[in-house]
Design a protein around this ligand. Sequence first.
Ligand code: SF4
Length: 179
Amino acid sequence: MVDRIKLEEKFLAHDFKDFKWIDPKNIVISHWVRIKCMFGCNEYGNTATCPPNAPSFYECEKFFLEYREAVIFHFEKQVPKPEDRFKWTRKINLKLLKLEREIFLSGHEKAFLLFMDSCNICAECSGIKEKCKEPKLARPSPEAMCIDVYSTVRKHDYPIVVLSDYKKKMNRYAFLMIE
Ligand code: SF4
């Protein structure tokens, strides 16, 4: 049983104020997301938590069916240089990992975080799951788990648009699965 009030105290203790509880059934899983990973993304085969190191579409679909609660965390940021976004997402992902750990230790054994970005915990990723340098910290992005982030967050009245330039304000989203 999830005590939302107690968990929200933990979110706020980490200064995560912008979040929404959602029904995991409303997470949109789409094949096109995996196809876009496979064709056109630099992370494919280069990040140990991205495809082909990620579960198949059908495994992802089954995974989300096993949860009754999920939280979307929203983050927005404008960076002076495109490469600055990695430093920002890494810092937030590390904080989210601490939160996931606290929630796990408070009795929610299924707590599982999806980073707001592809895993960039290490300066250089091994690119191979079995050779991950920080296996306890590594988590997939929502996209690596086939989530159509655009459709999912729009369903929950959060903003998102395709950015023509990395200098524009980003809206990024992390997901926390809880039971
Ligand atoms: S923890 Fe390091 S090696 Fe493992 S997936 Fe993340 S960046 Fe790659």
